[in-house]
Design a protein around this ligand. Structure first.
Ligand code: PEP
Ligand code: MN
Length: 272
């Protein structure tokens, strides 16, 4: 049986760099993707985007279709949210990433966004992986909360098998016995993935901790451990966020952590 034929890193094989509208992900770059959990209304999005760009963020995040545990929770603005995200992307000249939850929406979402996000809950939705593999959009594949390192690598292999080589793997924390944090950020999985695959590896310090005060330290840990970037939730008014305010950095805290990351990046010879 063939194993990780496409995503596996062969001896001497260089790491893959993905170009997203001029933003390089992989190689000696450390890319910061930031924004609210869910797409918010226009003036909120504009304020967040402006500050993300100013602080050195290179990709704007925001979910228009949200995979919520509770069916009564806010489910996202849907297509109007994507339209707004695209409008903000054009105004601030920043690429966007947004989640595709349902295989039936993939063409719609691919029409608006620069990176398709496949969430932790859909990591082994094989028809969705296959359809994402048929698009020409880079894919941010989040590791499932109960998935092993090889599970996520095999999930990525499904996408590459369809001809789409632009896949990033994201560690977003796993379920453990710990309840203080929302999940347990497996930094060793990040280091392991860097030895096993040539694909860029991204860390999500927000969903992995669930607590604002832990996000900054985990952003720094991601850079230190050798990740190729982070995807982090930030909000102009976390208490009033439509979703995940408890783990969203304020614009000020994001900015000050970015200053610290820039100093670290210099020492580690990474471009930020
Ligand atoms: C998200 O990034 O918006 C998200 C829902 O994350 P995850 O799939 O990792 O839970
Ligand atoms: Mn979220």
């Amino acid at each position: 049986m063939k194993k990780l034929e496409l995503v596996g890193k062969k001896p001497g094989q260089p790491y893959t760099t993905i170009d997203v509208r001029g933003v390089q992900i992989g190689g000696d770059n450390f890319v910061v993707m930031a924004g609210p959990c869910a797409v918010e209304e226009k003036n909120v999005m504009a304020q967040i985007a402006e500050n993300v760009v100013k602080a050195g963020g290179k990709v704007l995040r925001g979910g228009a279709f949200k995979p919520r545990t509770n069916p009564y929770s806010f489910q996202g603005y849907g297509e109007p949210g994507l339209k707004l995200l695209k409008e903000i992307s054009n105004i601030f000249n920043i690429p966007i990433v947004s989640e595709v939850v349902d295989v039936r929406d993939i063409d719609l979402i691919a029409h608006y966004v620069d990176i398709l996000q496949i969430g932790a809950r859909n990591m082994q939705n094989f028809p969705l992986l296959i359809e994402a593999g048929k698009t020409n959009k880079p894919v941010l594949l989040k590791k499932g909360m109960t998935a092993t390192i090889f599970d996520v690598l095999h999930a990525a292999e499904y996408i590459l098998l369809e001809g789409n080589n632009s896949v990033m793997i994201c560690e977003r924390g796993i379920r453990t016995f710990e309840t203080y944090t929302r999940n347990t950020l497996d930094l060793s999985a990040v280091a392991a993935l860097k030895t096993l695959t040539h694909l860029p590896v991204i860390v999500d310090p927000s969903h992995s901790t669930g607590r604002t005060e832990l996000v900054g330290p985990m952003m720094k840990a991601a850079l230190a451990v050798g990740a190729d970037g982070i995807i982090v939730e930030v909000h102009s008014n976390p208490e009033n966020a439509l979703c995940d305010g408890d783990q969203s950095l304020s614009l000020n805290d994001f900015d000050s952590t970015m200053q610290e990351l820039k100093k670290m990046a210099k020492v580690l010879e990474k471009k930020l």
